[in-house]
Design a protein around this ligand. Sequence first.
Ligand code: NAD
Length: 442
Amino acid sequence: MSEAVSIAPPEGKLLVLTPGLGAVATTFIAGVEAVRQGRARPYGSLTQLQTIRLGRRSAGRNPLIKEFLPLAELDDLVFGAWDIFPDDAYEAAMRAQVLEERDLKPLEDFLRTIRPMPAAFDRQYVRRLDGPNVKKARTKKELAEMLREDIRRTIEETGATRAVMIWCGSTEVYTRPSDCHRSIEAFEAGLKANDPSITPSQLYAYAAIMEGVPYANGAPNLSADVPALEQLAEEKGVPIAGKDFKTGQTMLKTVVAPAFKMRMLGVRGWFSTNILGNRDGEVLDDIDSFRAKEVTKSGVLDTILQPDLYPELYGNLYHKVRINFYPPRGDAKESWDNIDIFGWMGYPMQIKINFLCRDSILAAPIVLDLALFLDLAARAGLKGIQEWLSFYFKSPHVQEGHVPEHDLFIQHIRLKNTLRVLGGESPITHLSEEFELYENLR
Ligand SMILES: NC(=O)c1ccc[n+]([C@@H]2O[C@H](COP(=O)([O-])OP(=O)(O)OC[C@H]3O[C@@H](n4cnc5c(N)ncnc54)[C@H](O)[C@@H]3O)[C@@H](O)[C@H]2O)c1
């Protein structure tokens, strides 16, 4: 046992803010309310369902994570959102067509109370969308100040004691860090000068951090993962995490790829394609938004397979990722993977994975877990980049110089060990119980 980290109790209400009130955000909010009303179960959520082993396996200590650590209760969650469309959460959920009317109808009164605040939006960064519910200001600095004011007002109106923000907005176009992202001073000067390299999602991230609100980015675009905002998060003592929720095809990729490497099986080619027909798919039909997604979806194999260490197994891997907008499918995405592997004496084999998933059904519990874990992190005094939350992301945001971990199993061990340490327990090494010296001893 180690000494438990001092964690402030989750007193009062926790406000979960989402820039974007589309398919993912509404499925998350509706799901939380359905669980609270006893109409549904929170499948997919570690904070609600998973246990955590403490000490030796034979000791049989397996409390639920939410019993082991002081997480906010679902009953204490309140919600706020921004969107470029004025539809309330009920209308937006109906339009998203993820959940069926028979599931949404009983939640209607509640969902109608969540009306999106006008967004900080610019079509330059999400070209396929345009909507009327948008803030007007002369400078990005003014927009950021308006967002800060929104956060303060919503906290007051909902009676919350604290807040977290999870970006559930559209994927912005692919951008790289520029000079104004180097330091917070340069960033703030850029806000005043309307620097085009500052994206709307960065305005939200900046506003959140300035207000002491933890921030996570569920989309693949550049957001809080720039030195200026990392520095600000450290200075303000705010946890941040990102990026791009790891849900369907990539989640499976980071499960299957480690198996090949563990068994020293080679991979010659990996072709991944998808069809999806929701608004996210429409946004990704724009080549520059797709580029942001392509980068996060493609990056996972290299760090798992380590072609630099195993050139003969993975040095010539041809990896191709395709996303196709196909309206008839709506949110019911279908993905196909064809994997060409080789084994003993170089003999080839093939694996086909066909995942008929539901994008937002997979993403909603991730939003919930991130909200609760980021709030826990804040109350535990953790600040800056939260690498232990890599488990939830396609492209984990890590500190400068750190190599991101993509292997879902390693990410999971790290997540659970971080929780153990926060709760004053020793990390688990999975060595046999006979290894007294190593097992469960500090
Ligand atoms: N499994 C998944 O669903 C999954 C996985 C990984 C990442 N994501 C990402 O999550 C995000 C949300 O996905 P979705 O399916 O809900 O998309 P969606 O299109 O249904 O919802 C996004 C919403 O964001 C709004 N928006 C865009 N720019 C905004 C801004 N500047 N301020 C406020 N609102 C803004 C749009 O109007 C839209 O209503 C996307 O970026 C997507 O790539 C989703």
